[in-house]
Write a protein that binds this ligand. Structure first.
Ligand code: ARG
Ligand code: ZN
Length: 464
């Protein structure tokens, strides 16, 4: 949200008492509030995110040492959405030195993944406030049998972060849910000779005797799982896709693939713009790092390909997420098919456009021939469960759902729906019901049965 609540604005501008109305807190030193909730109630990640405030911006200052240790200061600017006597951030990282709220020392404690903060003065509804957390140590990667390795991942030369769905709090305090998007500035100080790549647009580096500070900033709202900071040695290429600056980078090991990644990123950024509408962000790009994680992540403005040279399909998929997932974000993790089904379908559209004879219809039919108990169909992608969040069916049956929609409503209404989706929900959040409603509006057809069968019904979809 934006703007201050009228009541609070008046207190600041004019402290004169208003005797007729019920008592208002005359000074923020009189905390009327209660603690904000320690989770946003996501069915799969109930502890993720925090209630009571809306994060607006993060300033992430990292001092990275050769020893791989960091000294960090993260400053969140947020707006209280209720009267607050205290609030939480998601943080599972190294030892906290101190916390300041609006420049004054605040009490803090740690409990599970929460950093609980009690400011010296209460925060009334509508108040914008800053929270500065200083901490130091050596974060480590997360591993999970379904999600693989993610979070803060040491590489040969430095580190890379790839954090979907819940890896960012392993190294920085954050309101860790796609519902609370914010802008970010990364200011990363490294020993001279090392480089830094992150989301967004770079500023001119500032050199000191032994270190250099690199700044990258993201000016459009970004979900916390999309935060990407890479420290190491990279070959960097700069170019443009129409009006959009494109910055790609590769680990020296992939030196010979730098030009190809750059060229493909430019081609695909332009092609997706023709399909889905204006590119949503200030810059585009990509990064190939040396860490072989076996997957990629659509980190905003600059996807990470973790230890492989991406095929055209991969580049299409990760850049399609800039529209589907990054600009229009999910409201809860169970709607992940909106990200993965639509981005996988972009690959099918690429095949149809560029590979003569390989149509989306052919790809659909090939998958539809699989047996009903295949992982293509199981579980239904509309409610995959936390364990299958990135399972095959979310991607493939998700894309098949999109194709079933296209067949039902025809190309014109179909592409109109995808463009309207990006226009209407740009930089915000939306859920499956919103998508169904928009497709119904654009096509004038009833589509509840189609989506019920494809997204929520067990077994191989029939009779939709
Ligand atoms: N969204 C990513 C993609 O489809 C997948 C991320 C999976 N996360 C993980 N920790 N393995 O490209
Ligand atoms: Zn994806």
């Amino acid at each position: 949200g934006t703007g201050c609540s009228p009541a609070q604005g008046r207190i600041v501008a004019n402290p004169a008492p208003r005797p007729i109305r019920p008592a208002l807190p005359l000074s923020p030193a009189a905390p009327r509030g209660k603690r904000g909730a320690t989770g946003l109630g996501d069915p799969y990640y109930p502890a993720a995110g925090n209630g009571g405030y809306d994060a607006l911006d993060y300033d992430v200052a990292l001092d990275y040492k050769r020893s791989r240790r960091i000294e960090a200061t993260v400053t969140m600017t947020a707006k209280a959405t209720q009267d607050l006597s205290g609030f939480s951030l998601d943080f599972r990282g190294p030892k906290v030195k101190d916390v300041l709220v609006n420049g004054r020392g605040a009490a803090f404690s740690r409990k599970g993944q929460e950093l609980m903060i009690t400011p010296a003065a209460g925060l009334p509804t509508g108040r914008t406030f800053t929270t500065q957390v200083r901490y130091a140590g050596s974060p480590g990667p997360l591993t999970n049998d379904r999600l693989g390795t993610y979070g803060w991942i040491p590489t040969r030369e430095g580190v890379i972060t790839v954090s979907e769905p819940d890896g960012t709090p392993s190294w920085m305090p954050v309101n860790d849910h796609p519902l609370d998007k914010a802008t970010y500035t990364f200011r990363v100080t490294v020993p001279n000779g090392m480089q830094v790549i992150a989301n967004g647009a770079p500023s001119t580096p500032v050199h000191e005797a032994d270190t250099t500070t690199h700044t990258w900033s993201v000016r459009s709202p970004m979900a916390s799982y999309l935060v990407m900071v890479a420290i190491g040695e990279f070959k960097e290429l700069h170019g443009r896709a129409g009006d959009i600056p494109v910055i790609t980078a590769v680990d020296p090991q992939y030196q010979s693939h730098a030009a190809k990644l750059h060229r493909n990123t430019i081609t695909v950024t332009k092609w997706l713009t023709e399909k889905f509408g204006p590119y949503p962000f200030a810059t585009s790009g990509g990064l190939i790092d040396d860490q072989r994680l076996g997957y990629a992540l659509e980190t905003q403005e600059r996807p990470v390909y973790a230890g492989f040279v991406p095929s055209m399909n991969f580049v299409v998929h990760e850049l399609a997420h800039q529209w589907f997932g990054n600009s229009v974000s999910i409201r809860r993790w169970s709607d992940i098919w909106l990200n993965e089904g639509l981005s996988t379908y972009a690959e099918w559209l690429w095949q149809e456009d560029r590979r003569r004879g390989n149509t989306a219809q052919k790809i659909f039919r090939r998958y539809y021939r699989q047996p009903a108990d295949s992982v293509v169909f199981r579980p239904p992608p509309g409610r995959p469960g936390r364990r299958d969040l990135f399972g095959y069916s979310v991607y493939i049956r998700g894309a098949m759902t999109v194709h079933a929609l296209r067949r039902r409503i025809g190309d014109e209404a179909f592409f109109r729906t995808l463009r309207a989706w990006n226009e209407r929900y740009r930089y915000g959040n939306a859920q499956t019901d919103d998508f169904v409603a928009l497709a119904e509006k654009e096509s004038g057809k009833r589509l509840d049965r189609l989506f019920r069968v494809w997204l929520y019904t067990k077994g191989k979809p029939v009779n939709w």
